[in-house]
Design a binder for this molecule. Structure first.
Ligand code: GDP
Length: 453
């Protein structure tokens, strides 16, 4: 009977055709962040109808340079520059409302205006499941860092933007979402007050002006209300409506992922491909191309293991030539050789369709260039990327050597314009990871990107 029933069900449903819908292309950082994702997103956003942010908060910073004007985005999707494109901030993002409006106001001064309910620079804050960052989350972030420094002799090196504490609230079910802010404000206020009391019992030094913070939030609630929609329905319509080019812009990067990164020196969200589905509320089958972004060398902000780091003249040269200073924090980035163990690992998790290799021009002056190809412990190669930080600190890197091309590549616009030694370097990286390189970056601006296919 069961078989017959199943068969009958199959028969009766067999003429329902599964419609797969539009695909979402994804741009993800493949290293420790700051790879130049903003520039790649900007390039793709020029032909996109919808650009989405799916995780992180205003701890990320993306730089986009168009017509010699530099923009930096922290919460706004980088696609906001394209006036034909709708911007969407998904449920996986944590949002600090004062930070968002500060960013909107700053960009209005640069000529990017937000208009709600039409197609001109529209931003949709789809916040079905949004967790809100409060000023006191930022204060707690700072206090936790001080506590780590005092107790363990080192901190994580967070941006103190309150992102970690906000995601912690989300996991401990004390977080507040934008949908809560849109609903009954007195209920919202009492939950905020309870949260403050919880924090004050943990950190007696924490001072919070609850009433004035609530008053500000009430004003922001009205300002944000016209932008708020239900994200699941919005994305479903975008995927199943008329043909559209949709782009998801990852913040942070694979090695900063809460699950797969160099824990505990990581961010508090999933910055690998799974975070795109959970952060936008879309099925995995609608993920299309996944583009990994990597510099032609490696950088890292803050502390934590960094096997190919160069604490020498090479590291200094990469830092100064590459202007390796954090967009959000102004901190100097640590620099080292390209690490292919990391890129292969990031590819295992993300399944990259292609790679954008940025900042090749920074290597132009070097006599010799090294690339990390394997890790060794006690002289023996290890066939995996160590999860434990103490083990990762100990690895010895095996390098492949290349002689430098010693030629300015910044004017190159196609593959044939690149010196053969640079071509050789790119081909080696591509073959070693087993992923095609689709773009090579040779300068800051939009046109300084060689498209390979
Ligand atoms: P993101 O967070 O991944 O978007 O990266 P950031 O914006 O933090 O850092 C990348 C920096 O490198 C920015 O200042 C970019 O303008 C710059 N950049 C991106 N691609 C290139 C490139 O190919 N060459 C050079 N010289 N700079 C680049």
């Amino acid at each position: 009977i069961a078989l017959l029933t199943a068969h009958a069900l199959f028969e009766s449903h067999s003429n329902i055709k599964a419609f797969s819908g539009n695909k979402v292309s994804v741009v993800l950082g493949a290293q420790w962040g700051d790879e130049g994702k903003g520039k790649v997103v900007d390039l793709l956003a020029t032909e996109s109808d919808l650009v989405c942010r799916c995780q992180g908060g205003n701890n990320a910073g993306h730089t986009v340079v168009v017509d010699e004007k530099e923009y930096d985005f922290h919460l706004l999707p980088s696609g906001i520059i394209n006036t034909k494109c709708t911007s969407f901030i998904g449920n996986g993002v944590v949002i600090h409302l004062p930070g968002l409006f500060e960013e909107i106001d700053k960009n209005e001064k640069k000529g990017i205006f937000l208009v709600v309910e039409n197609t001109y620079n529209e931003i949709i804050i789809k916040v079905h499941l949004f967790v809100s960052v409060f000023d006191f989350h930022q204060a707690v972030d700072g206090l936790q860092e001080l506590q780590r420094q005092a107790q363990e002799g080192q901190n994580i090196g967070t941006t103190k933007k309150g992102i970690g504490p906000t995601y912690a609230c989300k996991a401990s079910r004390t977080g507040l979402r934008i949908c809560d802010l849109m609903a009954d404000f007195s209920e919202f206020s009492s939950r905020v007050k309870n949260l403050v009391l919880q924090y004050q019992s943990m950190f007696p030094a924490l001072k919070v002006e609850v009433e004035s913070e609530l008053k500000k939030l009430k004003d922001y609630a009205e300002r944000i209300r016209p932008l708020v929609r239900d994200g699941v329905y919005f994305m479903y319509d975008a995927i199943h409506g008329s043909p559209k080019k949709i782009l998801a812009e990852g913040a942070n990067a694979a090695l900063l992922d809460i699950d797969f990164g160099t824990y505990p020196f990581v961010t508090s969200s999933n910055c690998t491909v799974g975070g795109v589905c959970t952060g936008l509320g879309i099925p995995p089958a609608n993920i299309g191309d996944v583009y990994g972004v990597s510099k032609a060398y490696t950088t890292r902000v803050g502390i934590g293991a960094f096997p190919t780091e160069q604490l020498n003249a090479v590291g200094e040269l990469l830092q100064t030539r590459g202007h390796e200073v954090g967009v959000t924090t102004g901190r100097k980035r640590r620099c080292g050789w390209l690490d292919l163990v990391i890129l292969k690992y990031a590819h295992m998790i993300n399944g990259f369709t292609a790679i954008a290799l940025t900042k090749l021009d920074i290597l132009d002056v070097l006599d010799e260039i090294k690339v990390g190809v394997a890790y060794k412990i006690n002289g023996k190669r290890i066939p995996y990327f160590p999860a434990n930080m103490e083990v990762l600190q100990k690895v010895e890197v095996e390098y492949e050597m290349f002689s430098g091309w010693k030629t300015d590549t910044s004017a190159a616009r196609k593959w044939n314009d690149l010196p053969p030694k640079a071509q050789n370097y790119i081909r080696f990286v591509e073959n070693h990871i087993g992923v095609p390189i689709k773009w090579v970056g040779v300068g800051k601006s939009r046109e300084c990107m060689i498209q390979m296919f």
